[in-house]
Design a protein around this ligand. Sequence first.
Ligand SMILES: Cc1cc2nc3c(=O)[nH]c(=O)nc-3n(C[C@H](O)[C@H](O)[C@H](O)COP(=O)(O)OP(=O)(O)OC[C@H]3O[C@@H](n4cnc5c(N)ncnc54)[C@H](O)[C@@H]3O)c2cc1C
Ligand SMILES: *[C@@H]1O[C@H](CO)[C@@H](O)[C@H](O)[C@H]1NC(C)=O
Ligand SMILES: *[C@@H]1O[C@H](CO)[C@@H](O)[C@H](O)[C@H]1NC(C)=O
Ligand SMILES: *[C@@H]1O[C@H](CO)[C@@H](O)[C@H](O)[C@H]1NC(C)=O
Ligand SMILES: *[C@@H]1O[C@H](CO)[C@@H](O)[C@H](O)[C@H]1NC(C)=O
Ligand SMILES: CC(=O)N[C@H]1CO[C@H](CO)[C@@H](O)[C@@H]1O
Length: 543
Amino acid sequence: MVSPISHLVTLILLLSVSLAASASLEENFVQCLSFYSDKAAPFYASIYTPQNASFNKILESSAQNLRYLVPSAPKPELIFTPLTDSHVQVAVTCSKKLGIHLRIRSGGHDYEGLSYVSEVESPFIIVDLSKLRAIDVDIEDNTAWIQAGATIGEVYYRIYEKSSVHGFPAGLCTSLGVGGHITGGAYGSMMRKYGLGADNVVDARIVDANGQILDREAMGEDLFWAIRGGGGASFGILLWWKIKLVPVPETVTVFTVTRSLEQDATKILHRWQEVAPYIDEDLFIRVIIQPATVGNKTERTITTSYNAQFLGGADRLLQVMKESFPELGLTKKDCLETSWIKSVLYIAGYPNDTPPEVLLQGKSTFKNYFKAKSDFVRDPIPETGLEGLWQRLLEEDSPLMIWNPYGGMMSKFSESDIPFPHRNGTLYKIQYLTLWQDGDKNASKHEDWIRKLYNYMTPYVSKFPREAYVNYRDLDLGMNKKNSTSYIQATAWGNMYFKDNFNRLVKIKTKVDPDNVFRHEQSIPPLPVSSMRLKDKKCKTWE
Ligand SMILES: Cc1cc2nc3c(=O)[nH]c(=O)nc-3n(C[C@H](O)[C@H](O)[C@H](O)COP(=O)(O)OP(=O)(O)OC[C@H]3O[C@@H](n4cnc5c(N)ncnc54)[C@H](O)[C@@H]3O)c2cc1C
Ligand SMILES: *[C@@H]1O[C@H](CO)[C@@H](O)[C@H](O)[C@H]1NC(C)=O
Ligand SMILES: *[C@@H]1O[C@H](CO)[C@@H](O)[C@H](O)[C@H]1NC(C)=O
Ligand SMILES: *[C@@H]1O[C@H](CO)[C@@H](O)[C@H](O)[C@H]1NC(C)=O
Ligand SMILES: *[C@@H]1O[C@H](CO)[C@@H](O)[C@H](O)[C@H]1NC(C)=O
Ligand SMILES: CC(=O)N[C@H]1CO[C@H](CO)[C@@H](O)[C@@H]1O
């Protein structure tokens, strides 16, 4: 692809002269956009400043975590919603030229709101890709080109529309934006069979720090490696993914079976840890754990819900369960045979009989004030450890844990195939959440609770490093919010999210974005200028 951006020095000079020093950020940005923009694709209707009646609506549209929409959260100077790929290029060129800090949003699910709030740098603007959501499925070729602003649910729907025996192994929550989701890995109910969304990407188009559009060939294998799991908004703006479709059977089976403490929940869950990572790869049984009142009791107990997808019919599933996990007591009555697309809706929590077209709404149903954390488990947690966990859950208003089994295909990739390193030896991942509704009044109470829970779990989870999932962004990890540029601090969370891959990510970042155009509180930092650039210069004089 040829970039429409001219780098003629004279033009740049003309532009800088025309930018009055007193003009507002909006005026400068608009002027710069109109200077560089393809005249055939007008952008004026895509600029929202706080003066626009719909500014708040656009800002809040896809933002998932209400914690970052409270009045005290910093707000952008403007939101730009590009209509074409070249609009994204000019947005990068102009923000760089004008020194305006940029946040990039696709589906808005970032746990710490990093796609729509900047707490470390102001002013900032948001480039929101929600209008770039084309999906082109090619069944013959077994691939699809999907645009960053599309939701993963829209991707599933467009595949289903063309074939009942093709699918894609990515997130369970259907409103995730593919731009942010796949850059961090993207796991879902088919991960044990096919790996992550990022494991199934074959090409991509990004806008780099120079405003150029690069495909896989143009960006090279290092950068193509980095964008498949290295986390959002560090290496460029993802425009398109080319994904590889995977086969799914005509009939899949789903079930949800709940056991409370009174029904041997602790023993069964202890057993699940030993079974779920090794069971048939067609079977994914996650566990959703939360306090609840059961029956006519007034006191809360802990409930564990085994929520599963099986790539096959109920009879074979019952056979697998009888052999490997009889403790759960699954019966034929618990099983629902359905199509793959309906299993997607089931796992996402839609009521039975919801038509698949609901996926085209491209909207989320889950908005809350929340704080979350993640852990990876390599050895089964003893029953006494689980009992201490139940006590702590019962102390909090609306806590929730989701345990996701690993194994199968997840173990067959090496730790360095892509930046996502949580592979062989991982039994399962824990996600901890606490949700609330009353704004920021009691937020610190809930945050303290989850931090204490995380401390409690230390002896039971992965160590050196204690691993964490980058798509469950957590600014508590080794991070000082006031100093986002420190490489020393970054190694703490970097090793947790990426293990040894962090060093390679830093090297690639230093090469492709040495000026750190794409940055946020937890973006991959380039190596300090002093150590790198001098070396570079020396090399050049010798060449
Ligand atoms: C309710 C809920 C359910 C979830 N379920 C799952 C799940 O089943 N599986 C799973 O793996 N994860 C899951 N996640 C986590 C999810 O994968 C991450 O939050 C992911 O980053 C969301 O991507 P997004 O585009 O929706 O979010 P955004 O907030 O738009 O983006 C996330 C990050 O990526 C950057 N980014 C966004 N777009 C681009 C782009 N085009 N190019 C470069 N960088 C970009 C942003 O700046 C930000 O740093 C869930 C999250 C939520 C809130
Ligand atoms: C925002 O407001 C300005 C001035 O009122 C108007 O010119 C512009 O068209 C509005 N933009 C959008 C996207 O509505
Ligand atoms: C509550 O349920 C138990 C067992 O199901 C039953 O024995 C008891 O009578 C019930 N109590 C009330 C008040 O309904
Ligand atoms: C995973 O690790 C185990 C033990 O460490 C080893 O026996 C097994 O072969 C590994 N599996 C793969 C697919 O590498
Ligand atoms: C941030 O960290 C760097 C490197 O540790 C240090 O040089 C710098 O002074 C720090 N800045 C602030 C504002 O603390
Ligand atoms: C649920 C809860 O803890 N609510 C508290 C929130 O904060 C107010 C004021 O501090 C308390 O009165 C509530 O009890």
